[in-house]
Ligand binder design. Sequence first.
Ligand code: ASP
Length: 440
Amino acid sequence: MSSGSGKKPLHFWILMSLVVGAIVGVIANVIAASNPAFKETLGTINDKIMGPVGSIFLAMIFMIVVPLLLSAIVLGVGEIGEVRKFGRIGGRTLIMTVVFSGIAVALAMIAVNLVNPGRGISQEKRDTLVAQYKDDADKKYAAAEAPEPPDPPVLGIVPKNPILEASRALSGGILPFMFFAIIFGLAMTKVDSEVVAPLRQFFEAVFEVSQKVIDMAMTLAPIGVFALIFKTGSSLGFDIFILLLKYAVLVLVVLAIHMFGVYSLLIKFIAKRNPMDFFRQCRNVMITAFATSSSNATLPVALRDAEKEVGLPKDISSFILTVGATANQNGTALFEGITIIFLCQLFGVELGMADQLKVLGLAIVAGIGTAGVPGGAWPVIGAIVKGFKVPGEAIGVVLGVDRLLDMSRTVLNVVGDMAIACCVSEWEGRGVAIPEEVQG
Ligand code: ASP
């Protein structure tokens, strides 16, 4: 995706500001350690400039949480509801979607709990981190975090008042709010389609506009990322970057395992195809997803190549790829699982078995609620971590390194849809071979 900032693409500027912000921040941290006067100035710079600049960028992302999640989930559930129209194909797609996403998130949870990338930080640094973000969060969410929330949701999940949950979506209301969206979406599929058409159109428009807002926020990313990374580096020093590196490598490794391990097995044993051929046939799709960081932007290429390269029946592939662009995001679900646990570890929040299962479920549903645009995962992650008492601003710590991860997880999102299309086609007895002339 290119931006208005000169001829270079936006991700170039984001990566530049990440590197420069980190280097300058760590240098400032080193100088401050031996120079009290500078330390004070640095504190002021962080409080008065870097903090607010970073917060504006993050607020642009947070402000869209409620409309984005509501519209994405209502439409996603609606599309899955369409499944009934497609009868058996739809049912099989649904099973595959749950299997693919479930394996992705389970893999993520196992890996992040084995490697524990967020734990290797001294208690002193953790306290600094917590204090720094707690201050910001306290100021910002003081009003939303009333000590005794009125009308708490039943079992913490079923809301009595969805408007109330929407207003505290960034302070723990996200799960009940998602529940409301799912029920609303399901109910819409049960009402006469003519009656419900205007409402559907309305949500489609809200979804489109929400994605544009994320796009707009992302154009601020080079500045926002610089401010966030500088603030983190200058107050925590070099150690934090070692943790971030560990986290980023973990995400990439688990994405690779899911892509080349899990997809290969599913392609070989369910779709009964050669996995190497499959990946070769998906090459254009992978390149487009990597370059654009957007499942939506890759959809046209995916639709074309599913037919021309992979040799899938058009009716099956167009249904699955279109539904999948919104409702099946394996790479994102996997990434969300790792990131939520990483942030909890970093901020010293211990998660028991029940909480881990909650993250697992949330990450699977979040795959549906994530828009297929660059950075689409962040509003959802911000809202979820707040529910675990990690300040939403904490995502600023990891957002700086996100671009490469975003490009990579988008590849899985789209290839996952192609793989499901292959499996369902085979299951339907229509896993046709590729015509000789289009091979290669
Ligand atoms: N960029 C991803 C996609 O378009 C969404 C995300 O994970 O941020 O599929």
